[in-house]
Design a protein around this ligand. Structure first.
Ligand SMILES: C[S@@+](CC[C@H](N)C(=O)[O-])C[C@H]1O[C@@H](n2cnc3c(N)ncnc32)[C@H](O)[C@@H]1O
Length: 288
């Protein structure tokens, strides 16, 4: 478990202004926590450099509210890691991480000839770069692209930093869709299709019932409320991802509910199973 340090609790949370940006600290804390397990699903040995003492009290609270969510994060991290490695095996050399937060894949999994672009707001990316530099990690592992990929012309921002729209690209869109209105998601996917001829995009999503607090069990409602009160409300879920793909003119490569891929030993209590029915990971493609 992530523990609270009693020292430095008055230090400022580095992303306290950040709303959704601040959730990246929570995810990093949960990844650091996973790396300490006897049977880790994924080892992110860099994550803990991002979690300052000032953030730990909030992390503790969120962990108490939903131990299941912490588990979900480990599963989704593993899904995106595996998906990325599979893309490398297919020969993909260009990766864009949308809403990258404190993702460390360029350092953990990147290799020769591969370029990672990470898009997030200025506050998150500059905090990340500072922490990496202070701990001796290579600053050039990723090309950082500060901006809002919904509101800004992210394609111009990416191209200005060397992104090659003609190259086959893998987009990682992890822990983002729940914060973005559905129409904006569809518009974004449409623009992506127009801009990049060959790509796959992997993302996670919640169910519509979870967003509507209509799952029939109270801990799910508490979880939704926890993110809302943290200034990062979940607003969008999907019931039929094939329909979303169709609306965006994309092919559905895979779609799986976490409950169907997670070994039973990982469920702490039976209720977790209910929650995990409402959380899925999928990949869409433009060219097959
Ligand atoms: C829950 S965190 C997930 C971070 C990371 N992808 C991960 O899974 O560890 C969401 C991140 O997406 C970023 N984000 C959300 N919407 C965004 C947008 N429209 N443009 C840029 N960044 C965005 C937030 O700033 C935040 O860092």
């Amino acid at each position: 478990m992530v523990s609270i340090s009693n020292t430095h609790l008055t230090e400022t949370d580095p992303l306290s202004e950040g709303g959704v940006g601040r959730t990246s600290l929570l995810i990093a804390a949960w990844r650091a926590d996973e790396a300490e397990r006897i049977d880790p699903l994924v080892i992110d040995s860099i994550a803990n450099i991002f979690v300052p003492p000032a953030t730990r009290r909030w992390v503790e609270e969120m962990t108490r509210t939903s131990e299941s969510t912490r588990q979900l994060i480990s599963y989704r991290t593993r899904f995106f890691d595996d998906a990325l490695v599979a893309e490398f095996k297919r020969g993909v050399k260009q990766v864009v991480v949308l809403g990258a937060g404190l993702d460390t894949r360029s350092l953990r999994l990147g290799g020769a000839g591969v370029t990672f672009y990470e898009v997030d707001c200025e506050a998150v990316l500059s905090y990340k770069q500072r922490q990496l530099a202070d701990h001796g990690y290579a600053a050039e592992a990723s090309v950082y692209v500060p901006g809002d990929y919904i509101r800004d012309d992210v394609w111009a921002l990416l191209k200005a930093r060397g992104f090659d729209a003609g190259a086959e690209t893998f987009f990682i869109w992890e822990g983002n869709t729940m914060y973005i209105p559905a129409e904006a998601i569809i518009a974004f996917l449409g623009r992506l299709k127009a801009e990049v001829p060959r790509f796959r995009i992997a993302f996670d999503y919640l169910s519509e019932e979870l967003i509507a607090r209509d799952t029939g069990f109270s801990s799910a409602g508490k979880l939704v409320a926890g993110f809302e009160s943290a200034g990062a409300p979940w607003v969008t879920g999907f019931t039929d991802i094939a329909r979303l793909a169709e609306r965006a003119g994309l092919a559905l490569v895979e779609d799986k509910r976490i409950v169907d891929v997670m070994p039973p030993s990982r469920f702490r209590v039976a209720l977790d199973r209910e929650l995990f029915r409402h959380y899925s990971v999928c990949t869409l493609s433009n060219h097959e």
